[in-house]
Write a protein that binds this ligand. Structure first.
Ligand code: NDP
Ligand SMILES: O=C(O)C1=N[C@H](C(=O)O)C[C@H](O)C1
Length: 267
């Protein structure tokens, strides 16, 4: 059994990950971590996740449990994730990161630390979205100049970051397909007298509301027709299952920065 630690254990994702680790024949939960001052500290992680105790009390610092684990799964928030990756690298433990909203410098630091430990960093751990990444690149490459690319994502009202990490990754794949650097062509929302659309730009729009788990659509709009590729997640378990798969995959890998494409063999 692979001894697994979950950071963000009382969050929306963390609870589902703890629940599914509890049902998994290859993984066992040995640590659950939450933010200092959280009301979850000291509570039983099983009770939080499923209502049934598993004897794992939630701790307020990964450093307190890291030596008990073989792999860490982190779905928290950007600063917390960085703190956790540093601890994981100090203790030479592989880590799976699902957190989105990381800024450039944080990603650079994660890249640096991946020389020491294996890290899976993926904004979306569902199989469907990872297949969509490939499709989007392929369709963008095929349609190229005559079709305008727009991305629309919708998430629940509680989501902290925008655009979603998935929408950004979809935009990266689309940009790659048309041979452009996303940084030069991304447009995040539009307002006012913005003028005619530049043929190369990729528009990225974020909607928030209710309890939407995660919807992403990539639109290729031409004159006379449009192609729309959509993924809709209806349960967080699709991401949680992907995180478990990544944890099993990364545990015996050499140091490096890996994606879900690596985990799923889609490269
Ligand atoms: N890659 C993927 O497939 C997916 C990625 N995500 C991403 O995962 C992240 C979490 O999402 P979600 O579960 O919905 O968010 P939640 O806010 O429900 O959960 C995050 C949890 O992390 C906790 N946390 C914050 N700081 C720390 C810390 N320093 N140490 C330990 N725990 C901490 C939060 O505690 P508190 O509330 O007290 O701050 C909270 O319980 C987001 O970035 C989201 O975009 C989400 C779904 C799928
Ligand atoms: O915050 C969420 O909920 C989600 N976040 C990820 C993202 O930002 O892409 C993945 C998923 O869409 C759910």
């Amino acid at each position: 059994m692979i001894r697994t630690i979950v950071c963000g254990a009382s969050g929306k994702m963390g609870r589902r990950i703890c629940a599914l680790v509890g049902e998994d024949k290859d993984l066992t939960l040995v640590g659950a971590v939450e933010a200092k001052g959280s009301s979850a500290i000291g509570q039983d992680a099983g009770v939080l996740a499923t209502g049934v105790a598993n004897g794992i009390a939630v701790k307020d610092d990964l450093a307190k449990v890291i030596e008990e684990g073989e792999v860490v799964i982190d779905f928290t928030a950007p600063d917390a994730t960085l703190h956790h990756v540093r601890i994981a690298s100090d203790h030479k433990k592989p880590i799976v990161i699902g957190t989105t909203g990381l800024h450039k410098d944080q990603i650079k630091e994660i890249e640096k630390l991946s020389v020491i430990i294996p890290i899976v960093l993926a904004p979306n751990m569902s199989l469907g979205v990872n297949i969509l990444f490939k499709l989007v690149e392929e369709v963008a490459r095929t349609l190229k100049d005559d079709y305008d690319i727009e991305i629309v994502e919708m998430h629940h009202r509680f989501k902290a970051d925008a655009p979603s990490g998935t929408a950004l990754k979809l935009a990266e794949f689309a940009a790659k397909g048309i041979g452009e650097d996303l940084e030069n062509i991304a447009i995040y929302g539009r307002k006012g007298l913005v003028g005619q659309r530049n043929s190369k730009e990729i528009g990225i729009m974020s909607l928030r509301g209710g309890d939407v788990v995660g919807d992403h659509t990539v639109i290729f709009a031409g004159l006379g027709e449009r192609v729309e590729l959509t993924h809709k997640a209806s349960s967080r378990d699709t991401f949680a299952r992907g995180a478990l798969r990544a944890a099993k995959w990364v545990v015996d890998k050499v140091p490096g920065l890996y994606s879900m494409q690596d985990v799923l063999g889609l490269k």
